[in-house]
Design a protein around this ligand. Structure first.
Ligand code: UDP
Ligand code: MG
Length: 318
């Protein structure tokens, strides 16, 4: 029985493998629980996989998952979560921006009875101004438009309990936004603060394109607001139509100060605009319901009960 599974997605990290391995092993040895290090090679083009493979040959605690191509960080982590054996899983980056030494405090907190302990960064070192400003803006926006409470300024560096891992495995959605999903799962969650370091070697695998995709996945998986925009705009335009229509009728029939044809054109244009937006909004409402059904998440997650647990699992896995 493994206690701690450390999940390390790797994409072109040949320069970091040995240091991440050494630092993780020394921290975990000092904790003194059984552990496994799961490296998920996300289609690296360099020697990353060979290095991981060599480690696994000399250390049985090193496990590897070699993905067939680059699937992206979130999916690589999901593969690790699916396969891990631990009672707890730590998700950590391979570039040592997340200091493995913090695992000690994460584990201590989780032992106090929390199910999720996320590492909250106080400061982002060595990241471009662009990256930190867009990240800051994105998390604040996401907090405003979603109903679940995604903690600010956290990445995926965290420890989660087996309960949470099992719920995540029941969430088969294609668009993974793990920090949102973990917030959605609930249970007892808390934070430990740390300073985010600079990447030790290599370059970021998160291109602007991948960041944009993650941001869109986060928004579309946890908010229907974008679909509601048409409804909101529709009612707004209809309100304006009503006022302009009154004005147009006033100038046509009362003040008689008008250009022929203007009244009918402006009223019909605005009216059609309003009707179209509201109709698109209605379609959006249906699509949002379809998308939440297609996500196929469990409807709820039971924390404690004195009934038979398997009853709930039967139901939610149907
Ligand atoms: N990563 C991955 N697949 C990708 C991009 C990144 O598995 O397509 C891994 C990468 O090896 C690292 C972690 O995800 O362990 C975080 O990536 P990175 O440091 O490049 O992102 P940043 O810190 O710049 O946001
Ligand atoms: Mg990084």
């Amino acid at each position: 029985m493994t206690t701690i599974s450390v999940i390390i997605p790797v994409f072109n990290e040949e320069k970091n493998i040995s240091s991440v391995y050494n630092r993780c092993v020394s921290v975990l040895d000092s904790i003194g629980e059984s552990f496994e290090l799961i490296f998920i090679n996300d289609g690296s083009k360099d020697k990353t996989f060979q290095l991981v493979y060599q480690l696994s040959a000399t250390d049985a605690r090193v496990k590897y998952i070699n993905l067939s191509r680059n699937f992206g960080h979130q999916i690589a982590v999901s593969a690790g979560l699916d396969a891990c054996n631990g009672s707890y899983a730590v998700i950590i980056d391979a570039d040592l921006q997340d200091p493995p030494e913090l695992i000690t405090s994460l584990y201590a907190k989780v032992k106090e009875g929390f199910d999720v302990v996320y590492a909250k960064r106080q400061l982002r070192k060595g990241e471009t101004f662009f990256k930190s400003i867009t990240a800051k803006f994105f998390y604040r926006l996401l907090k405003k438009i979603t109903t679940i409470n995604i903690p600010l300024d956290t990445g995926d560096f965290r420890i989660i309990s087996r309960k949470v891992i099992n719920v995540l495995k029941q969430m088969p959605e294609q668009q993974k936004f793990l920090r949102g999903q973990i917030a959605w799962v609930g249970f007892n969650q808390t934070a430990v603060e740390y300073q985010r370091e600079e990447r030790t070697a290599g370059t970021s695998g998160y291109t602007v394109k991948k960041m944009m995709r993650l941001a869109m996945d986060g928004i579309t998986s946890f908010s229907n607001l974008p679909l509601r925009i048409a409804t909101i705009a529709g009612f707004l335009v209809s309100g304006i139509t009503f006022c302009v229509a009154l004005y147009a009728l006033y100038s046509r029939f009362i003040s008689k100060d008008y250009v022929p044809g203007w009244t009918s054109i402006i009223i019909s244009v605005l009216f059609i605009g309003g009707v179209q937006l509201i109709t698109i909004g209605i379609i959006g409402e249906y699509i949002s319901r379809i998308s939440s059904n297609v996500r196929n998440r469990p409807l709820y997650v039971v924390s404690e009960t004195n009934l038979d647990y398997s009853k709930f699992n039967e139901k939610s896995s149907q």
